[in-house]
Design a binder for this molecule. Structure first.
Ligand code: G6P
Length: 784
């Protein structure tokens, strides 16, 4: 007889399952690593974990059912014995053959119960005396003869699972009654229970997850549609109406943010963008790609000064956005060398490694003659395109000679791009309205380049753009780009409308693309932003110290509240309008006389142009006139600081301010608004923001104003000055969260990821074209 401890089947199944699960996990891990598809891995691990839990629960349940069945069998054996014990004992003591025959007959009657297999008597000397024919021959009495108490053991004989109960007669002195039960039914019961629990759990899980998925889908769809419509209405309202101080209620803003979060999670995986993320995205999505940036303004200007050669960081939203990006990606930045010491700082190939303190990319300088500078930069770009694209009611001027220089300088920069490129398919990031013709010029020599052009200023409606005498050339030049980016969808739509009106091309609004002469350009909105955390914040003193420093520098009294405005002296910024706003504030709310001073820091810019000089003169005269009206011996309402301010100085002013005014008459985005928010890590201060700046689409917790309405501006400033601290904090916290996540790395990252997708598609199209000439366009459309 062989005695085997049960249940062997359980150990077998568990071992097999563990092996299979191990193999499955390692194969999914490998696949997900190879394809970088972490979501697939998470789903697979979830599924495996779920299956393992299910297997475990059902096994435990099966084992419990089996134990319970055995207890049941044991109880039956006892009942059987009790019902016939007296008779058995009596017949067992009788040594006559008749008694043995009766005992045999009694045992045979007892085993009519289907689960009872055999009954017999073991002698005290370990031999089977009387037993039913069904008693297994290999069951040995020897192992039970010494037991004085009732025992039950599971045994396996000839692959049959049995339960043997032995009941001592006269404490074993007269032998043992042995009752053998067939355990097959107990196992069958446990298997049934296991199968049942597995099937019902799987069906219930499928039904539940199906129902939840359908409900979620419907909920999210309705929610998204409703919020999108609300958002559009609100935005449209602000664009057209621009009534008095308008700001979104906090609850709605919160809901919109949640919507944005869900949209980010639904539309794609939410990514926290940092220089590191950007580098990794570039490395994985565009491996080995060479990055070239082209802009007019250079990131570092070397000047001769009394203190020797000094480095200036220009006041340019474009530069402050692109610089952290190229620092993260590396590459070459091609720009006009405009500093008086620029030529003395470069090598023989006109290159210099920058940033000066920790070089991470190359700046390649291009030299322009005075004539080129006048025609291309001051003339066509800043007297033509700038006022054309900004609706600030300064008339654009178009001169034939300026246009010629614009074309020539675009060609000069395009040639430099081609020369600097070390690969046949670099990524060229073209910046702004100075280089509308360059994308097509570069495309001619580097047909496989991925050219991403970003237009940092607004794009006007078709009617306004129609003023430009060379509109077709400008458009055709831009449509040499692979991707053309604007800050907002509003500007993208204006661009589509302009193309529709002026050139023969294929516009695909579904794909948001335009095809001209076989070249397809994707037109997308990428709202620009700032680096986070901003480097100018590093090393800043705490806010009270900044306030004290600024008060001392400008001679402000202790209790005087401080407002700040910082930008280039540009007519699009609404500087005169905010001075008028302060004037109206002091006349409508005389309580602020002697109690608030507005500091306007403005960097002189494009001073060769008459409209810029006129603005500066007018601003100085207006400030003087307002000051004369209100000034007291120890106070004046307005202070103008007309010079270039380096970023740490700008951030100190931001931190010292009770409120900041950004009153652009028209602006693509306006990064000053975002920088003010970034500078306020104390979560205090109020932003007064023009509805005509792209930033107002994102920074809805600012006090949104119409800068053309002086009364509206005055009331917004009054409200800012009166705003309780908890409201300031709530608004600032919300805006900081937005700028932190929608930072400049996300801006660049989204463009580069779109470029990567485009490259992959072009690769497939080329492959298809090589294999089957008729297929590529169709395939291209399918892959979109
Ligand atoms: C705007 C333009 C930039 C320009 C900046 C400063 O932000 O979009 O291209 O660099 O103004 O102007 P400036 O003419 O001095 O470069």
């Amino acid at each position: 007889m062989s005695l085997t401890v049960q249940p062997a089947w359980f150990r077998g199944v568990t071992a097999r399952a563990a092996g299979a699960i191990g193999r499955l996990i390692s194969s999914v891990w490998e696949t997900s690593r190879a394809r970088r598809s972490r979501p697939l891995l998470y789903i697979a691990v979830g599924a495996v974990a779920g299956a393992a839990v299910l297997l475990m629960v059902s096994s435990l349940l099966g084992a419990a059912v089996e134990t319970w069945s055995r207890g049941d069998v044991q109880l039956r054996a006892r009942i059987v014995l009790l019902s016939a014990r007296d008779q058995i004992e009596q017949l067992a003591r009788d040594p006559s053959p008749e008694a043995a025959t009766k005992l045999q007959a009694l045992f045979t009657r007892l085993i009519t119960d289907e689960r009872l297999q055999a009954v017999g008597i073991c002698d005290p000397d370990g031999k089977m005396r009387t037993a039913t024919d069904t008693m297994p021959a290999r069951l040995l009495c020897a192992s039970i003869r010494r037991s004085k108490a009732e025992t039950t053991v599971p045994i396996r004989i000839d692959s049959q699972d049995l339960l043997v109960s032995a009941f001592p007669l006269a404490e074993g002195k007269e032998g043992h009654v042995v009752i053998v039960h067939d355990l097959t039914y107990a196992k069958a019961r446990s298997d049934h229970a296991q199968t049942f629990i597995m099937v019902t759990t799987i069906i219930a899980a499928l039904l539940a997850s199906g129902a939840v998925a359908v409900a979620m889908l419907m909920l999210v769809r309705n929610w998204r549609a409703a919020l999108r419509a609300t958002l559009d209405d609100l935005r449209a309202g602000r664009l057209e109406g621009a009534g008095p101080v308008t700001t979104l209620p906090a609850e709605l803003r919160e809901a919109l943010d949640q919507y944005d979060l869900v949209r980010r999670t639904i539309d794609g995986i939410h990514i926290d963008w940092t220089p590191d993320t950007l580098q990794r995205a570039l490395g994985s999505e565009l491996p080995g790609a060479e990055v070239l940036v082209v802009s007019n303004r250079e990131p570092y200007i070397h000047n001769h000064t009394d203190a020797g050669i000094t480095v200036q960081l220009p006041a340019s939203g474009l530069v402050s956005a692109i610089e952290p990006v190229i620092r993260a990606c590396g590459g070459t930045w091609i720009a006009h060398g405009s500093g008086s010491a620029d030529r003395d700082s470069v090598d023989a190939a006109d290159r210099i490694a920058v940033p000066p303190d920790a070089p991470s990319y190359t700046l390649r300088r291009i030299w322009l003659t005075d004539e080129e500078q006048d025609g291309y930069y001051y003339g066509f770009a800043n007297e033509g395109m700038w006022p054309l694209c900004h609706i600030a009611f300064v008339r654009p001027t178009f001169r034939e000679a300026d246009w010629r220089y614009y074309r020539e300088v675009n060609q000069k920069f395009a040639d430099a791009v081609v020369r600097e490129a070390k690969t046949h398919d670099p990524i060229v990031l073209v910046q702004d309205y100075h280089f509308a013709l360059l994308p097509r010029m570069v495309r001619k020599h580097l047909p496989k380049a991925t050219i991403i052009t970003f237009w940092h200023i607004p794009w006007p409606n078709a009617e306004t753009f129609g003023i430009c005498p060379w509109k077709e050339e400008i458009i055709e030049g831009l449509l040499g780009s692979s991707i053309l980016g604007f800050h907002t969808n509003f500007h993208c739509n204006n661009f589509f409308e302009t193309i529709d009106r002026f050139v023969e091309s294929r516009i695909d609004r579904e794909r948001r693309s335009i095809t001209l002469g076989g070249q397809e350009t994707m037109v997308r909105a990428y709202p620009i932003s700032i680096e986070w955390p901003p480097s100018a914040l590093a090393g800043q003193a705490p806010v009270p110290a900044c306030r004290a420093a600024v008060r001392q520098r400008f001679g402000l009294g202790e209790g005087v509240r401080v407002g700040i405005g910082i930008e280039r002296f540009d007519y699009t910024k609404g500087i005169l309008d905010r001075l008028h706003g302060v004037d109206v504030l002091l006349s409508r709310h005389p309580e602020w006389r002697g109690a608030v001073t507005f500091i306007q820091a403005a960097a002189p810019t494009r001073s060769k142009i008459a409209s810029y000089r006129a603005l500066q003169d007018e601003a100085v005269a207006l400030a003087e006139e307002i000051n004369n009206r209100y000034r007291t011996p120890d106070w004046q309402p307005l202070i103008l600081s007309i010079r270039h301010h380096q970023p740490p100085e700008v951030f100190e002013l931001f931190r010292a301010a009770d409120f900041c005014v950004v009153s652009s008459l028209h602006d693509g985005m306006n990064l000053v608004a975002k920088e003010f928010v970034a500078a306020r890590d104390d979560e205090r201060g109020v932003l007064v923001l023009s509805t005509f700046a792209g930033a107002s689409r994102e920074l809805a917790e600012a006090l949104i104003v119409n800068p053309y309405h002086a009364h509206d501006m005055a009331e917004a400033i009054h409200r800012a000055l009166m705003m309780p601290v908890d409201e300031q904090e709530a608004r600032m916290r919300q805006m900081r969260a937005l700028v932190r996540t929608r930072n400049v790395y996300r801006w660049a990252g989204q463009m580069l990821l779109d470029a990567a997708q485009l490259r992959r598609r072009e690769g497939i199209e080329r492959l298809a074209a090589a294999n089957l000439p008729a297929v590529p366009r169709l395939l291209g459309r399918r892959l979109a």
